[in-house]
Design a protein around this ligand. Structure first.
Ligand code: HEM
Length: 439
């Protein structure tokens, strides 16, 4: 079902190829970093992440070309920033590096390449003063008091999901635990009908899905139709909450000074931001904690011996996984970064995933180390005025999960390598087969 009056085909211009589609085609034959000419290395190639080749490609760029240039027809010119200090400096400088032209790789909309996607503008894709005003509307989601209030509910649900896991049988951790727990919390934050909560998971998956045969969505038209269905669903909630406000996110946006008068298609941006922000990221962190501890069994042993290490596990896993690989900015002026001449309007991808592997900041950065003294210096939540609003919520969910896991299970054992998300932006897993053994 679509929003009345909005026909998705009106927004579809077949002449515009989104960069992720072009990259999916161009990047198919990716090989080892050492065999690839430097100028052909492209950090935004989604195949690097399904094949796990990103580590070597990123390490080579950090060593040889930490401010790296690429240009493709659909996305134009873009620079990849690979070192910790440069990423942090750019993220902290909104006056020179704007968010207003998009948070992911892609060209600015023009009247000719009008598409629905380009009208969807969440406040993460704004600069002050608009950003400041809209961010304020939902600031309470991350406030320590709200997070504390939610903890007992999160624990209750975590226990219920963990108690229902089959003993000694292989099951998919992503679907059974990570997706279920993050979706339950998100439905609570939106006061979304519980029986429909998997719609939130679906819309979250669709937002950054690269349309391709056999993919999450097969065509751009299908993607738009599903997002319009999301909009129509939230419109109903919006109208309901205008009359009967609660303390949920829809009520906050429907009554917020800076957001209440927006057009329906325009507030879809903020809704999708909150859906994706609270869903993919935390889900992939939960899966990563199980996968990562199995990859470093000595660290898993340490954790079992000393559950007090959960407080270090949380930032260390968020660093190691880096669930969003990068955020984009756009240069407001000609400038120089690392000796490279950046032109006004060039896109700049701040690769958090690379910054978090920077050996000048994190020793033995590729490994999980539960005694790492500076894990909380990671940049996975960004830095500066757009710093993640859900960071405390995400940390609390991961902490509660491991507090309850350690009490119940001898071990969670990974049975096979995970399947990975086909994306250069969402760094995650679509499947992780595991077995649990109860105490
Ligand atoms: C491990 C989990 C998470 C990670 C890694 C993550 C990561 C990020 C990153 C990288 C940014 C952009 C920062 C920048 O541009 O400097 C961001 C912004 C944001 N995140 Fe998260 N996030 C997580 C969980 C959440 C949750 C649970 C929510 C909400 C329920 C959320 C809501 C938001 C919002 C609303 C913004 C936009 C802030 C702004 O533009 O001012 N995030 N997040």
């Amino acid at each position: 079902m679509s929003e009345p009056g909005l026909d998705p085909s009106e927004f579809l211009n077949p002449d515009v190829i989104p960069p992720d589609v072009e990259l999916a085609e161009l990047g198919k034959d990716v090989g080892a970093a050492a065999d690839t000419p430097l100028e052909d290395i492209n950090p935004a190639n989604p195949h690097l992440f399904t094949s796990e080749l990103w580590r070597d490609h990123f390490a080579r760029l950090r060593a040889e070309d930490p401010v790296h240039f690429n240009e493709i027809e659909s996305a134009g010119r873009y620079w990849s920033i690979m070192n910790y200090d440069d990423v942090r400096a750019i993220d902290g400088d909104w006056q020179n590096f704007s968010s207003a032209k998009g948070m992911t790789l892609g060209l600015r909309p023009t009247p000719e390449n009008n598409s629905m996607f380009q009208r969807i503008t969440p406040f993460i894709s704004m600069d002050p003063p608009e950003h400041t005003a809209q961010r304020k509307t939902v600031r309470s989601i991350g406030a320590p008091g709200s997070v504390r209030n939610l903890e007992s509910l999160v624990r209750e649900r975590t226990v219920k999901v963990l108690e229902s896991l089959p003993d000694g049988e292989t099951f998919d951790w992503v679907e059974t635990v990570s997706v279920e727990l993050t979706t339950l919390l998100l439905a609570t934050l939106f006061d979304f009908p519980m029986e429909d909560r998997r719609k939130l998971t679906r819309w979250s998956d669709v937002v950054f899905a690269v349309p391709r045969p056999g993919g999450v969505v097969e065509t751009r038209l299908q993607k738009m139709e599903e997002l319009l269905e999301c909009l129509a669903y939230f419109e109903r909630l919006w109208v309901e909450r205008l009359e009967n406000p609660g303390s949920d996110l829809v009520s906050m946006l429907a009554h917020g000074e800076a957001t209440k008068d927006m057009e329906p298609l325009d507030h879809l941006g903020n809704l999708l931001l909150l859906i994706v922000g609270g869903n993919d990221t935390t889900r992939n962190t939960m899966t990563s904690s199980v996968y990562g501890l199995n990859k470093y069994p000595d660290q898993y042993d340490k954790l079992i011996a000393d559950p007090g290490l959960i407080s270090n596990l949380v930032p260390e896993i968020i660093r190691w996984q880096t669930p969003l690989t990068y955020m984009r900015r756009t240069a407001n002026n000609d400038c120089e970064i690392g000796g490279k001449q950046i032109r006004k309007n060039d896109q700049i991808l701040m690769w958090y995933l690379s910054a978090n592997r920077d050996e000048t900041v994190f020793d033995n950065a590729d490994a999980i180390d539960l005694e790492r003294h500076n894990a909380d210096r990671h940049l996975s939540f960004g830095y500066g005025i757009h710093f993640c609003m859900g960071s405390r919520l995400a940390e609390m969910q991961l902490r509660v999960l491991w507090e309850e896991v350690l009490q119940r299970f001898e071990r969670i054992e990974v049975q096979a390598e995970p399947e990975r998300t086909f994306s250069a932006f969402v760094h995650g897993y679509t499947n992780l087969p595991v077995k649990v053994t109860r105490r």
